[in-house]
Ligand binder design. Sequence first.
Ligand code: PLP
Length: 371
Amino acid sequence: METVKFFDYPMQFKEFEREYIQIVEKTLAKGHYILGPDLELFENSFAEYTGSRHAIGVGNGTDALLLSLHAAGIGPDDEVITVSHTFVATIEAIVFLGAKPVFIDIANDHNMDVERIEAAITPRTRAIVPVQLNGRICTKMDDLVLIADEHDLVVIEDAAQVIGAKYKGRAAGTFGKAGCFSFYPAKLLGTFGDAGAIVTDDDDLASRLKMMRNHGRGKHGDVKLWGLNSRLDNLHAAILNFKLSFLEGWIDRRREIASQYEEGLARIDHLRLPPSPEENGNHYDVFQNYEIEAKEKDKLIEHLSENGVEIALPWGGKAVHQFKPLGFSDVKLPKTEELFEKVLLLPMYPSLKIEEIEYVIDVIGHFYDGM
Ligand SMILES: *Cc1c(COP(=O)(O)O)cnc(C)c1O
């Protein structure tokens, strides 16, 4: 085995090269570039896939967060409860609206610890943004919704990493006012560039979001509210329409890979693995990533690298509050900080071969057996 890649970008194209070329030719020849029929089809299909009344295609997942928070009325001096174990995009969206992110710590599954929400609520709290990471919805998601209702808070889900995941049978992105998705190339459903979507059951919110992503313009070009330019390109929508039909199969494959990792790695006491892919439990996880905690992480990474296994550190190895220039140096989150001392991501994507996973398991086993 020469190398096991962390993610295989060229393979994204190669897998269906001819079909993609055909889609591009057909779409470009028709002149359907902006807000075209492929986008409308994708919005309908994606709404149906998530069981939502509406899906609104936007430029990327970050804009999905920014626009839905703004459309939900979040603005200057509002407090938004969220986590620091996330991509900076989640926090960016809050900060760019002039609102204040209030970080709470994570639970054992690396997602928001729902039991810490109530202690963080102040008279200024307006919203909760749970980040459903690595393909898993927060444990106790129904409690989160109850707390939000009780305190009259808006829930906007960062669902960028959980397309297709479920909790108690309910789809990711559908627990609150809006759910925000990303189609960045490495995401579960990725295109060949940037794209995102918002899902919601709220008709009024949906119609405002449709205008907001297009300069606040209504059907006939009249400007109805302030917006910006954040449309999901029709060409990306055409590609996403094609890919959406494969998504369930890709999720099955990711769950099989997670089972194979678990079978091979569970015996190692120095590791903490993500929850198993349950069949009939509360969670249906889709394994956007396989995020593990490892003792002697740095040495393990060195050993993996020497043996040709590529891994990644989530977001370069830091939680958002740990990036000094962002100004959160007074924030203390012991569980999040402890996690980042041990955390790494193993290769996880549908085209990964059984022998490659076996090899990763062997290399890790060899490292700890020698300890
Ligand atoms: C990818 C991602 C985003 C942002 O999505 P983009 O499409 O890259 O803007 C936001 N939050 C999380 C958790 C993500 O993983």
